[in-house]
Design a protein around this ligand. Sequence first.
Ligand SMILES: [Zn+2]
Length: 385
Amino acid sequence: MSNRDELSSKTKQALAIRAGYTCSFRGCQRPTSGPSEEAPDAVSVTGKAAHIHAAAPGGPRYLASMTPDERRNFSNGIWLCSHHADLIDNDKVTYAADELRAMKREHEDNCKRRHREGVRRGQPVNELIAIGPDIVFCGELIGADQSEWSFHLQDFVDGDLHALLTFIARYDTTPPMDRYVLVSGLGDGRVMSGAPAVKKRQSGRYELTFPVAMGAERIRAIDLAADLALSDKHDLMLTESGDIALVSGVDALPQKIETYLSSQKGESPFHKDFGTRIAEYFRLFAGSPWFEQFLKLEVIRQAAIPYIDPLYSRQYTPLSCIERVFGIELLADAPTNNWLPIRVDLEVKGLGRWQHQLSICVPKEEVKRPSWDELMAGPLRQVSQ
Ligand SMILES: [Zn+2]
């Protein structure tokens, strides 16, 4: 008997179908099935269900700590064309297990969107891509590695080509916190490490390239610091003995996300750039599919782009344990008493894929906060006297 922990034919078939019988390697999408002339009903399958961690000792990315069942599991396979199946096994440094899992997820997400939205093969699945706070465009991801992300530009949703060229020309004077790129389809974003470059191809299409820094450092959900426990109604909770209750670790995760997503940009006179633009986007896009899309970009920004705290000269990502944003679904068209229910689908460090229903505060009217000068002239002057 072989000592290889092979994937079962049922698992292989599920991998192939979930990948739409196309290669999962980033940017490939080569068809891997078709008719064969050998018989009227003969099929030709050229794809392979590859192991992420090898089936036997000595193989690529073999992990001795896995059980045979784990090695044979669907989660340990990826559907690839034969060229890319060989490529990943000949270079286990570039194609580490995490990288392969990321490709599998991206490809399955694309297949899901094509399937759900009826996008034909060959037609690009457009991503929504944000460059800093004022430019959002539809485009197609053509490459994403550790130091560079690149796209084909299709249409601007916010801003225009002039705004993009201005962003590039003034990159050096752009506030560091606005030098970011967010990609809806990847569920991830990066701080830029240099000005983007734009090229016009002979086809007339624009190609954009971003040098990117390493992804933000994430912490494990179980390491989340203690926080005051809040009830479903967002009130403080008490313990049985009447003390104020605390939560920490994974238990603190839902309310951490709610709190950060409910902080509106401009609310704090000390931290003008802190918080999200969700309420602003709601006022602009409520009732259209764009709201959900912009909401997702804001969650990605809070998870992937560090906030630079000017008071303590430190930086941190508000949603510090979220590694990827798969989806944000609205559960109501409008907030009730300013609370909007959503379902989040996230990759959480140390926890894996995590789905949860939450409520975020989306005030209907713009909240007018006093400026620093107004505070000093009013309530703070009385305090300081
Ligand atoms: Zn391929």
